[in-house]
Design a protein around this ligand. Structure first.
Ligand code: YH5
Length: 274
């Protein structure tokens, strides 16, 4: 997974715009269930410079209930097909289910983003068969209960070790190493202190030697630090983007594409200076 293959603008970062198709999403409020409305939002993020559109149909917010594959496919496939019909943008599918991965790639998706790191039945095989890049994210527990007192000995060591184990599982299943992206999974079974330690020590994830994706946009940790409501967390999110870039993260999953790209252009310009 070379960043240069995902970013066409001469910069060394990749911005993934979030297109949420869940009715109960707390940051988008389920506004994009309509296919034309979803496509308009995607086109806006593309116009703002997004390199990837990440499409998700399963809510993974704290407390969320599981969804059956058929319903998830019914939400995401029409949007993937419609977006593919009007754009050659890289499309990522945010799912844990093998059937959804297969249906999404068939419909035109190019990348799998799995918050369960291919631990569900058939998921490793699906990605190996589909030969698409994959983002492996760490989560402790399941969305329904993950924020009820998450516990770690050493959060950084444990999350790095989990990702190493999943990379090994991928390679054993025939997924090539250079198709893998890793993600500490901010907010997924983590307290504020855990999230802060992961960001402070992000370079330990960069040292794994694979591209690191950061997904902090609008999340509760930003609200806990600043007191800002979910739609007023852009500046707080940009601070984490800059810190993440400086530590070596190169992929950023965000709602606020233009603002994030401007911040990253400054980071990149400084990185190029003498
Ligand atoms: C992620 O970090 N997150 S879905 C709560 C919010 C705002 C946003 C309170 N999928 C990640 O985006 N995939 C999600 O406001 C992800 N990394 C990867 N790879 C949760 C989300 C969100 C939750």
């Amino acid at each position: 997974m070379r960043i240069s293959n995902l970013n066409m603008t001469g910069t060394n970062f990749v911005v993934m715009g979030i297109l949420n198709l869940t009715p109960d999403s707390f940051s988008d409020g389920g506004l994009y269930l309509d296919v034309p409305v979803a496509i308009e939002r995607a086109q806006q993020m593309i116009a703002e410079g997004a390199d990837i559109i990440d499409i998700g149909g399963e809510s993974t917010r704290p407390g969320a209930q599981p969804l059956i594959a058929e319903e998830e496919i019914a939400r995401v496939v029409p949007v993937i097909e419609a977006l593919r019909a009007v754009s050659n943008i890289v499309i990522s599918i945010d799912t844990s289910k093998a059937e959804v991965m297969r249906a999404a790639v068939e419909a035109g998706a190019n990348l799998i983003n799995d918050v369960r790191a291919l631990q569900e039945d058939g998921a490793l095989k699906a990605v190996a068969d589909l030969k698409v890049p994959v983002c492996l994210m760490h989560m402790q527990g399941q969305p329904r209960s993950m924020q009820n007192n998450p516990e770690y000995g050493d959060v950084v060591k444990e999350v790095v070790a989990f990702l190493q184990e999943r990379i090994n599982a991928c390679e054993e299943a025939g997924i090539v190493r250079d198709q893998i992206i890793v993600d500490p999974g901010f907010g997924f079974g983590k307290s504020l202190e855990h999230n802060l330690s992961l960001l402070k020590h992000l370079s330990e994830f960069v040292n794994i030697g694979l591209p690191v994706l950061l997904g902090i946009s609008r999340k509760s940790m930003l609200g806990h630090i600043t007191g800002a409501d979910v739609d007023k967390r852009i500046e707080a999110g940009l601070a984490t983007t800059v810190l993440g870039y400086q530590a070596g993260a190169r992929l950023f999953r965000v709602h606020d594409v233009k603002e994030t790209i401007d911040a990253l252009k400054v980071c990149h310009a400084v990185a190029l200076a003498n």
